[in-house]
Design a protein around this ligand. Sequence first.
Ligand SMILES: *Cc1c(COP(=O)(O)O)cnc(C)c1O
Length: 392
Amino acid sequence: MLNECMYDNFDRKENLHFDSKCVHGALGYEPITGAVSFPIFQTATFAHKDFSTATGYYYSRLQNPTRQELERTMAILENGANGFAFSSGQAANMAVFGMLPKGSHVLLTDDIYGGTFRIANDIFSQLDITFEYIDMSDIRDVEAAIKENTKMIFVETPTNPMMKVADIEAIAKLAHDHGATFVVDNTFLTPYFQKPLDLGADIVVHSGTKYLCGHNDVIAGIVVVKSEELVPHFEMQLKSRGAGLAPMDSWLILRGLKTLALRMERHNENSYKVAHWLRNHPKVKKVYYAGFEDHMNYAITKKQTTGFSGMISFELESHEAVEKLLTTVQMILFAESLGGTETLVTYPLTQTHESTPPDVREKLGINDRFVRISIGIENVEDIINDLDQALA
Ligand SMILES: *Cc1c(COP(=O)(O)O)cnc(C)c1O
């Protein structure tokens, strides 16, 4: 029997705007003591009141109040039935792919994050599951690739690092007409700019390490499901694979989320300026940015998102120019990852996309002249000045 728990009833805050929901979370404050900062329940287990009464919490691998506050907050922000917090984006994706029955076929974005490719190719392909990588920005290619046994369509949009955009509503319809689960990796835009579940996706997955956390200080993953039907699978994944997010890390993501709206606005504003500046730089050959009005998928972007986030990729004239850029930036850091307060410049060929097969990389344009930049929230003049001296 369960004791009535003070944490059972949380408010979805339907009447609030998105930025207020970010600040006030699910329970928001702690209802017993009134602590405004939701506590870090640093405990492995929970004592039972008597032989037949529990509090609703048993063991932190299964459920922990701090992790639950984060999971519920993410469910509110993505408009889903429930959320699940994992120890990394990779662990979240492992749980998503864990839904696939033996012998199934999966369609993925061709320039998918290298780690997701590795999960598919190194782990799940052993279970007689086949993966096909296609350009999701053309709906005809998606339709043509669907097979009898296609059980899942997994997209990133915009893609990493080529910034291609997929039509979420159109793919959702295709997926559902063929009985496939539709998953969107929403790491790049976050629910502040894009809400895939509202557009028809079944599952949203995040590397919480990136914009949700926002401060380059935690590794985390989030899954949000649209319907209650998908809840038992993810509860089982947390319970059995045991990759739930720790209480302290859950708290850090909750803390990051409070400023999500503010940060995303600034990332968006800064990157818009940097992308246009880069485009006019004589040493920059090509700039990939979803916010350009002449981007081939701009009409879709306008239909389904309210901003472009802080991600830009670009190609220089030579590999030497790339090496010079990466080693002479001063304020900007040469590091993997994205979505944090600091501007980071990354070399996808050997960092984020080293697992992508060489022929696929070459076809996509991920070569030794190609760099990706995650624009932070610094003063945009300092970002531009730093790039200017490093490109000179
Ligand atoms: C970083 C990233 C991941 C992996 O997440 P981790 O938190 O590093 O495990 C997955 N997908 C995308 C789009 C990412 O950027």
